[in-house]
Design a protein around this ligand. Structure first.
Ligand code: DGY
Length: 323
């Protein structure tokens, strides 16, 4: 019976799939992120054939070594896999998988929820109402910004970026500009999106900039102090990709100095820490890495991560093999 270690409690749907496939499962007994040393201790003791890990686990060469040569797969329950050293896995002959596709709609919805919320000052309005400050309708109270027919700039037109662009073009008649390393003319035809050859061109012309690139050395601080200077003073930044893509200190400064109008972010540079300069600003909305957090989507992610494990340990190519 293959043995699997699950680094933290996940939705039952994924565990059930593994149990139905007659796998022996050990789940981290505490509902918390394991430190690297704790994870290594579990792996050394367990002789596992596979590990189901999460984006909060740092998976590197030492972890692969601790897992032992019988361990064939580390299956990450996330579309992003910047937490895993994929080239070290390749060297060791360990398979790495992720869970793309099943969370696209949910993350695109959350991106749009953030965009609408910052433009319409939803969180600020809510804080105002709850603080007992609402004493009647006022013509000049908490004025926001329209979204419809404005320009959305997408940085990274992958699955999620293109879904956000679709909602913008079809639902809000927005003009969509996008930058990506690859131009997508088919998508341009269907959505009216316009390709920009540089990130800067998107930044200069968009009313809302939404970031959807993976985290890698080339994208760390892709959005930085210079980017905020390039953006319109009236523009907003939305980030539901990975925190380190945006220089968080520069973001705090840009919001404080009103270099840009606002931001709405779901991810942070040093999660779970949040740059102190952001905490007391009114012109930012922050959600705690929730973009894929719906019951339906987390169930699907848990099922897909289990399917990747089952395929890999039954001698088939896992559906989402990265290495
Ligand atoms: C992912 O899957 O990479 C997301 O960040 C999870 O919310």
């Amino acid at each position: 019976m293959p043995k699997i270690f699950v680094t933290r409690k996940i939705p039952e749907a994924g565990i059930k799939k593994l149990i139905d496939a007659k796998y022996d499962i050990d789940v981290n007994p505490e509902d918390k992120v394991l430190s690297k040393d704790e994870l290594i201790a579990f792996l050394k003791k367990g002789n596992y054939d596979g590990v189901l890990c999460l984006l909060t686990d740092k998976i590197d060469k030492d972890v692969f070594e601790a897992a032992g040569s019988q361990c064939k797969i580390f299956a990450n329950m996330a579309v992003g896999f910047d937490n895993v050293d994929v080239s070290a896995a390749k060297e060791k002959g360990i398979m790495i998988t992720n869970t793309p596709g099943v969370l696209t709609d949910t993350v695109a919805e959350h991106t749009f929820a953030l965009l609408l919320a910052i433009a319409h000052r939803i969180s600020e309005g809510e804080r105002f109402a709850r603080a007992g400050k609402y004493h009647g309708w006022e013509p000049m109270m908490l004025l926001g910004t329209d979204v419809s027919k404005k320009t959305l700039g997408i940085i990274g037109l992958g699955r999620i970026g293109s879904r956000v662009a679709h909602h913008a073009a079809k639902g809000f008649e927005m003009k969509v500009l996008y930058y990506d390393v690859k131009r997508n003319e088919e998508f341009e035809k269907e959505s009216g999106a316009v390709f920009c050859p540089t990130v800067d061109e998107v930044l200069k012309n968009a009313d809302f900039v939404s970031v959807h690139v993976p985290l890698m050395p080339a994208t760390k601080h892709l959005i930085n102090a210079e980017s905020f200077k390039a953006m319109k003073k009236t523009a907003y930044l939305i980030n539901t990709s990975r925190g380190p893509i945006v220089d968080e200190k520069a973001l705090a400064e840009a919001l404080k100095s009103k270099t840009i109008k606002g931001a709405a972010i779901d991810v942070f540079e040093n999660e779970p820490a949040i740059e102190p300069g952001l905490i007391n600003l009114e012109n930012i909305i922050m959600t705690p890495h929730l973009a894929s957090a719906t019951e339906e989507t987390r169930n699907k992610m848990a099922e897909l991560v289990a399917e990747n494990i089952i395929a890999s340990l039954s001698g088939q190519k896992p559906p989402n093999l990265l290495a």
